[in-house]
Design a protein. Structure first.
Length: 235
């Protein structure tokens, strides 16, 4: 409803200015050329477009703040909504914030399923952090979040197939974060160093062994068998 109202107001503003322009031309038609009319209308449309973009950006921030990630299903729905908001937004600040939130929440929800990690959430995180690096290559916050996030993606993927290539990819990502001058003083470097120090533990295959079945002896049945074998009648 708010978006429709804003669209209605935008149309009314444009009509009002056009009507004013028409009246002015009727009174001063001989002194105003067609080129000036084009300039007036163009400037008006640009002004209204800027105001419309600002309103759309405000709506996006508000809708993002209302998203809920309290459980897996709500989180899945919220991430889908966030993807739509990112696709529709032209506000770089909003896109940056939304992509970081999307990647981090996807990684968190990846561990909230009954048998973690969840492959769909992990793939979403991978695509999100890859997009983050692509769209904001010179932004330190985007770079740090993407590098450490993608390293976590590789650790999760290792759980699926135990492929040692994931370890090497994660090591390269964390090393890049550790050595990036743009990340100096930011917590991403400390995180990268700590994770590099624990890389071997992170990428150690976990072997699940089925619990041994304990068979309880049937004492009474065993006694009967022993008695029969000895030729002794048992009461």
């Amino acid at each position: 409803m708010k978006a429709e109202r804003r669209h209605e107001l935008k149309d009314n503003d444009l009509l009002h200015i056009l009507h004013q322009t028409r009246d002015y031309l009727n009174e001063n038609g001989g002194r105003v050329g067609l080129a000036l009319v084009v300039v007036i209308v163009g400037a008006t449309a640009l002004s209204l477009g800027v105001r419309s973009n600002t309103a759309a950006s405000e709506d996006s921030w508000m809708r993002k703040s209302e998203l809920v990630y309290s459980d897996v299903e709500k989180g899945r729905e919220s991430l889908a909504t966030l993807s739509t908001l990112v696709a529709q937004s032209t506000d770089d600040a909003f896109v940056l914030s939304a992509l970081i939130e999307q990647g981090q929440q996807a990684l968190r929800l990846c561990q909230e399923v009954p048998f973690p990690p969840d492959e769909d959430f992990n793939n979403l995180a991978k695509n999100t952090f890859t997009e983050l690096r692509k769209r904001f290559p010179d932004n330190a916050l985007a770079t740090g979040a993407a590098l450490t996030g993608l390293a976590t993606v590789e650790a999760n993927a290792f759980v699926f197939d135990s492929d040692p290539a994931h370890k090497e990819k994660a090591k390269a990502l964390l090393t890049e974060a550790r050595d990036a001058k743009a990340l100096s003083g930011l917590p991403f470097q400390r995180i990268a160093i700590e994770r590099l120090n624990h890389l071997e533990q992170t990428f150690t295959p976990v072997i699940t062994v089925a619990p041994e079945m304990v068979i309880e002896n049937d004492v009474e049945g065993e006694s009967e068998t022993e008695g029969d074998a000895a030729g002794v009648d048992t009461p």
